[in-house]
Design a protein around this ligand. Structure first.
Ligand SMILES: O=C(O)CCC(=O)C(=O)O
Length: 259
């Protein structure tokens, strides 16, 4: 159910895209000491940011739905948001740019940014979890949350990517842990149990997660977001990630990337 490899591979991506595994864990995808170096600069470049369950440098694309002005602003600044991350990592490559290259090289149909009316979406948003921030068990399915995005209708799987730049101290085992259940939208354990619109499910109605991972600094985790997943509270310190999504529409189609 959980693959652990020292690098990304075509086989691992195929197993994720076809639902054979729940997640892929690549320890130290980015050197931990370099994460410590770039994270301060990334935080400095974030400005005021946005507040959701976490703080971020840009809104999640799905938050722009139904508000033409917010969406226009998102699309107008997307390239600059990605350039700012690149600047923060300079003179080294940003881990999220490296990931984009590897996805393009390894997937038979290549990989490219998801575009809306010819405008690129952001891939690689900064998420800062602190002060008890957590994600209740939830699913992320663009087809459901943004039905106006034409490409999303063809997605047969959606993956979430997270590169962990900072993690709370290891003293508390569950602090900031990622949990995964092998349940999707149509599973009995999930149907009718949503307690906050389509966003979250109550943990106490679910069995123990199939997988619980406590990522370390520098790790990359790619998970199927069409299966239930959650993030345990970060109370002590900060949990900072570069995060995005991958839409899969079959091996010959390009992977589409956004955040
Ligand atoms: O930060 C993580 O480990 C997972 C975040 C999450 O819930 C997601 O990517 O959908």
């Amino acid at each position: 159910m959980l693959l652990r490899h020292d690098r990304l591979s075509s086989d691992a991506l195929r197993e994720l895209a076809t639902g054979k595994v729940l997640a892929l864990h690549v320890p130290e995808y980015h050197a931990p000491d370099l994460c410590t170096e770039i994270v301060e600069r990334i935080l400095d470049g974030m400005g005021k940011g946005y507040r959701r369950i976490y703080e971020s440098n840009v809104r999640a694309f799905t938050e722009t739905r139904g508000d033409a002005e917010t969406r226009r602003a998102y699309l107008a600044t997307a390239i600059e948001v990605m350039a700012e991350i690149r600047r923060s990592c300079h003179p080294l490559a940003s881990p999220v740019d490296r990931l984009r290259c590897e996805l393009d090289e390894l997937w038979p149909g290549g990989a490219c940014l998801l575009r809306l009316e010819e405008n690129a979406l952001v891939f690689g948003m900064v998420r800062v979890w602190r002060g008890g921030a957590q994600a209740h068990p939830h699913l992320d399915v663009l087809r459901e949350s943004a039905p106006d995005v034409r490409d999303a209708a063809g997605f047969t799987e959606q993956l979430g990517v997270n590169i962990y730049l900072r993690m709370p101290a290891q003293e508390h085992d569950s602090e900031g842990a990622l949990e995964l259940w092998d349940f999707g939208l149509m599973d009995e354990a999930v149907i009718g149990r949503s307690s906050w619109g389509t966003y979250g499910y109550r943990r106490e109605t679910l069995p123990n997660p199939t997988i619980r991972i406590r990522p370390a600094v520098g790790d990359l985790i790619i998970l199927r977001t069409t299966r239930l997943h959650a993030v345990q509270p970060t109370c002590d310190g900060e949990r900072i990630t570069l995060s995005g999504f991958i839409g899969c529409s079959g091996p010959d189609e390009p992977l589409r990337l956004w955040s």
